[in-house]
Design a protein around this ligand. Structure first.
Ligand SMILES: NC(=O)c1ccc[n+]([C@@H]2O[C@H](COP(=O)([O-])OP(=O)(O)OC[C@H]3O[C@@H](n4cnc5c(N)ncnc54)[C@H](OP(=O)(O)O)[C@@H]3O)[C@@H](O)[C@H]2O)c1
Length: 301
């Protein structure tokens, strides 16, 4: 398999590219601002919002499949800087057009936030209703794909956790572990329900969608939902950290620039039935995390 992963310097892209290389695949990955190296991966600097250089790079690689993880994935930043957030749509359009030109299968990473949380649980064909600008850009990218003549799969995911591969990244589990180890209080929402998935499990899903050229929409999330507080408590328990530093917090008491639904529950039945990769429960994921993260918080290679 010859694969291109966009966002190779990001949390999800770095796992996806690394795991593809471990399978012996021919793997290229892009970065934009953060120049990084990954074992066995050809890294390419590329601003995906530039159509000309994106097409030229993708034509040169000639991938069988493109796994598009790159995006501004910070809802508050997108809300405050809508011009920057629009790059999510432009980049997706550029990647999809180039994929059409070279005949590559597209695996596009989207978000549970395309839904408004009013009608949980959501099936893959339920009608989206984004409540913030980030989610709107992610939905616009999905819609751009519906019109594409390329073959495609959309993987909607939720909170991605795991040990960061680069110091400038931090997943939710990194933040909890770092703070509790430093004896710092962590505010954790007791009323925000999501479906956290380990980066390595999600990467396996994306690679399966690419390898088998599966088509359609998939809900690539943990099959059991939990609050952020419950997730943080599980991390504290498994890592032997002080859970009394977790401060149960209500969403209504914290102002954030981007609105977020209180609960987002995605139905995973059709996704799990289509995949050989098993979606991990968040408790299993946190247990695996313990084996992947050393005492200083770094990934164990
Ligand atoms: N993180 C979550 O909890 C979560 C939840 C649901 C869905 N998602 C989705 O999952 C995907 C991956 O998220 P993540 O957490 O791995 O993101 P991340 O760690 O913030 O990484 C984002 C990646 O996108 C690249 N990028 C951003 N804008 C770019 C541009 N214009 N041109 C080229 N590259 C660009 C970044 O490159 P540089 O850093 O080198 O500039 C980086 O490699 C995103 O599509 C996101 O919407 C994430």
């Amino acid at each position: 398999m010859k694969i291109l992963v966009t966002g190779g310097s990001g949390m999800l892209g770095s796992y996806t590219a690394t795991q593809a290389a471990e399978r012996g695949w021919d793997i290229s990955a892009t970065y934009s601002a953060h120049e990084v190296e990954l074992p066995g991966v050809k890294m390419i600097q590329l601003d995906l919002s530039d159509p000309g250089s994106t097409l030229a790079a993708i034509e040169q690689i000639g991938p069988d499949a493109i796994i598009h993880t790159a995006a501004n994935a910070k809802p508050d930043d997108c809300e405050l800087h809508k011009d920057r957030a629009l790059a999510n749509v432009l980049s997706a359009q550029n990647v999809f057009s180039a994929a059409e030109r070279v005949g590559a299968h597209i695996v596009h990473v989207s978000t549970d936030l395309v839904f408004d949380g009013e009608c949980n649980p959501y099936k893959t064909d339920d009608t989206p209703g984004p409540v913030n600008y980030y989610a709107l850009t992610k939905l616009a990218a999905e819609v751009a794909l519906f019109a594409s003549s390329a073959t495609w799969a959309i993987a909607r995911t939720s909170i991605i956790f795991g040990p960061r591969k680069f110091p400038f990244l931090a997943s939710f589990s990194d933040n909890v572990i770092d703070s509790l180890r430093a004896g710092k209080m962590v505010n954790a929402f007791e009323d925000q329900v999501r479906a956290p998935i380990p980066a390595w499990n999600l990467a396996d899903v994306l690679l399966e969608l690419a390898e088998r050229q599966l088509k359609g929409i998939y809900h690539a999330v943990c099959p059991e939902s939990c609050t952020r507080l419950e997730f943080a408590q599980k991390v504290a328990e498994v890592f032997g950290l002080d859970a009394s530093l977790l401060n149960p917090t209500a969403m209504d008491n914290v102002h954030t620039p981007a609105r977020r639904p209180k609960a987002l529950v995605l139905d995973t039945h059709s996704t799990q039935a289509a995949l050989n990769t098993r979606l991990l429960g968040f408790k299993e994921g946190v247990l695996e995390l313990l084996n992947r993260q050393d005492a200083s918080g770094k990934e164990i290679l």
